[in-house]
Design a protein around this ligand. Structure first.
Ligand SMILES: Cc1cc2nc3c(=O)[nH]c(=O)nc-3n(C[C@H](O)[C@H](O)[C@H](O)COP(=O)(O)O)c2cc1C
Length: 177
């Protein structure tokens, strides 16, 4: 199995299902009822979502961060260790995080070894967190961020996801003719 970020959800789900009879949750990039239905048909017992909830008012993101989420696309994200290195967070190297691209990630993604000893650059992220500076603070979000276009409650997101999944699943028998 690949390292985080290297395996897409569907190939990973197939690999895991081949290894166990336990219930398996599919995660990563699921932000619509169609995608949820697809994972259930593929054998998942359920789905685990993160990014789809990032513009919800109950979350910890402030209004400005929620707006950035709604304006972002999946190709405006980067899987990087740069923010962890800057903040001195002891995540193992093999677990980077996907965040919206900003000035800091543009400058330092891929240069983490150099960043370790650049106190001034690292401080930009620490200060950015404190002041809410979008150019330097990390805003973690997955590749499905392009599907997040409205500010809604988490209840509404989950209700719509499950209702749309049910609609998609009810259409499946029609595929059999
Ligand atoms: C803002 C944010 C922070 C996250 N932090 C962690 C974390 O600290 N540790 C972890 O294992 N997963 C973390 N995740 C991953 C989620 O637990 C979940 O597996 C993932 O978001 C599912 O993929 P999706 O975001 O494409 O729906 C985070 C996800 C988001 C969006």
């Amino acid at each position: 199995m690949g390292t985080p970020g290297s395996a897409r959800s569907l190939p990973l789900l197939q690999e895991v299902l081949a290894l166990t009879d336990l219930p398996v949750l599919a995660a990563g990039g699921i932000a619509t009822g169609r995608a949820m239905a697809g994972m259930l048909v593929a054998g998942a017992a359920g789905v685990w979502i993160g990014t789809a909830l990032l513009s919800c008012t109950e979350g910890l993101n402030g209004a400005a961060a929620r707006l950035r989420i709604r304006e972002a696309d999946g190709d405006g994200t980067v899987l990087t260790r740069a923010f962890d290195v800057a903040e001195g967070i002891a995540w193992p190297e093999r677990w980077p995080g996907r965040a919206l691209v900003n000035d800091f990630s543009r400058a330092w993604h891929g240069r983490e070894a150099e960043l370790v000893s650049d106190d001034a650059a690292r401080q930009l992220v620490v200060d950015g967190r404190r002041t809410g500076d979008p150019a330097h603070a990390p805003l973690y979000a997955g590749e499905a961020v392009g599907m997040v276009r409205a500010e809604r409650s988490a209840t509404d997101v989950v209700r719509e996801l499950t209702a749309d999944a049910e609609t998609a699943l009810r259409a499946v028998p029609g595929l059999l003719g």
